[in-house]
Design a protein around this ligand. Structure first.
Ligand SMILES: [Zn+2]
Ligand SMILES: [Zn+2]
Length: 298
C-alpha cells in the first residue's frame, strides 16, 4: 500500500510508546509502526520515555511489578536498538524518526543525563516533557499530585513551578519539541483552576523560553483521550504561541497501536480555528534531520 495523497502536515512527532519498553503502554513497536504505515503516515516520530536512573523515580505500578532501575535502563537500551533496526527495515514504506522523550529528574543532573542519552544512542531528536515538579510526579497518580499540591503550597503555586520547570528544561535541553505544554491541566483540573492570572504569566514566560530556544510545540491529541475537551495545549496557550510565532506540530502521544494518528483531523481543525495555518515537521534523510514548515490547509 502506498499513499501518495498523505498531506505534508500528517506527521506525528510525539508517541510510539509500547509495552515492549514502557510499563504503561500496549503492544509492540513493530505493530505500532505497521499501524502508522497502514494509516498513511509517511513519517512517524517515536519518542520512548528516557530511562530513569534512580530507584526513587520508579512508578508505583513498576514497584508493584518488581521492576528495578536496571530493568528500566536495559529496556531503554533495547528500545534504542529496536527503533533503529525497525527504521531500517521499514525504510521506503515509512520514515521513522528515532527519538526520545526526556525527563526532568533527577533535578540537579537531568540535563547532563538526557543529553548523554541522546548522544549515546544517536537519537534524531528529543521531546522535552515535564512529568515532575521538584521531583514530585505530576502526571501519574492523583495521590502523588495531591502530595505535590501540598508540598508547593497550593495548586496555583504548583502550576507556577510547573511552568518554571518547563522554561528551565527548554533552556537546558533545547529539545526540538516541547511535549504536552500544559499537561499539568490533566490532573490539576480536578483541584481547581490551573490557569489563573499568575499561572498564565508563568506559562507566558515558559513560552518565551520555548521561542528563544527554537522549540516546536506539540499539539498533543492525547488530550482528547484523557477526557479533556481540547488537545494540549489549551486555547489560551495556542493564541499566545500563535502571536509569538512559535511553531506547532501534531503528536498523538500514542501508547498503543490503535492510538496512532488518533484525533489528528480534529487537532488540525483546532489549530486552524485559532488562526494557525502551518505546522513545522521534522524530516529525515539518512541521518540528516531537517525541519520544514508546511501548510495545514491542504
Ligand atoms: Zn507514557
Ligand atoms: Zn509525556
Amino acid at each position: 500500500m502506498h499513499f501518495t495523497n498523505t498531506p505534508a502536515w500528517y506527521v506525528s512527532l510525539h508517541g510510539g510508546h509500547t509495552a515492549e519498553f514502557c510499563d504503561h503502554g500496549e503492544g509492540r513497536l513493530r505493530g505500532l509502526l505497521e499501524a502508522a504505515a497502514a494509516k498513511g503516515f509517511l513519517t512517524y516520530g517515536v519518542t520512548e520515555h528516557a530511562a530513569r536512573v534512580e530507584e526513587r523515580f520508579l512508578y508505583p505500578n513498576e514497584r508493584d511489578m518488581g521492576w528495578t532501575i536496571e530493568k528500566v535502563q536495559d529496556d531503554f537500551a533495547r528500545y534504542a536498538e529496536t527503533v533503529f533496526a525497525l527504521a531500517d527495515e521499514l525504510a521506503g514504506r515509512l520514515t521513522v524518526l528515532r527519538g526520545m522523550e526526556a525527563e526532568v529528574v533527577p533535578a540537579d543532573r537531568y540535563a547532563e543525563l538526557m543529553l548523554a542519552f541522546r548522544q549515546r544512542y544517536s537519537f534524531d531528536y528529543m521531546v522535552g516533557s515535564v512529568h515532575y515538579v521538584g521531583e514530585m510526579p505530576i502526571d501519574n497518580t492523583a495521590r502523588q499530585f495531591e502530595e505535590a499540591i501540598e508540598i508547593f503550597g497550593g495548586l496555583e503555586r504548583l502550576g507556577i513551578r510547573y511552568y518554571h520547570t518547563l522554561a528551565e528544561m527548554a533552556a537546558a535541553l533545547k529539545p526540538e519539541v516541547i511535549g504536552h505544554f500544559d499537561v499539568i491541566r490533566k490532573l490539576g483540573r480536578s483541584y481547581g483552576d490551573v490557569a489563573t492570572r499568575a499561572v498564565r504569566n508563568a506559562a507566558a514566560e515558559a513560552l518565551e523560553a520555548v521561542r528563544q530556544h527554537d522549540c516546536i510545540l506539540d499539539l498533543n491529541t492525547a488530550g482528547y483521550r484523557k477526557g479533556l475537551d481540547t488537545p494540549y495545549p489549551d486555547a489560551w496557550v495556542l493564541e499566545l504561541a500563535r502571536d509569538m510565532n512559535i511553531p506547532f506540530a501534531l503528536g498523538d502521544d500514542s501508547h498503543a497501536p490503535d492510538q496512532v494518528g488518533a484525533g489528528f483531523h480534529e487537532g488540525r481543525d483546532y489549530l486552524l480555528a485559532h488562526g494557525i495555518n502551518t505546522v513545522t515537521v521534522l524530516q529525515r534523510d539518512g541521518n540528516a534531520i531537517s525541519r520544514i514548515r508546511v501548510p495545514l490547509t491542504e
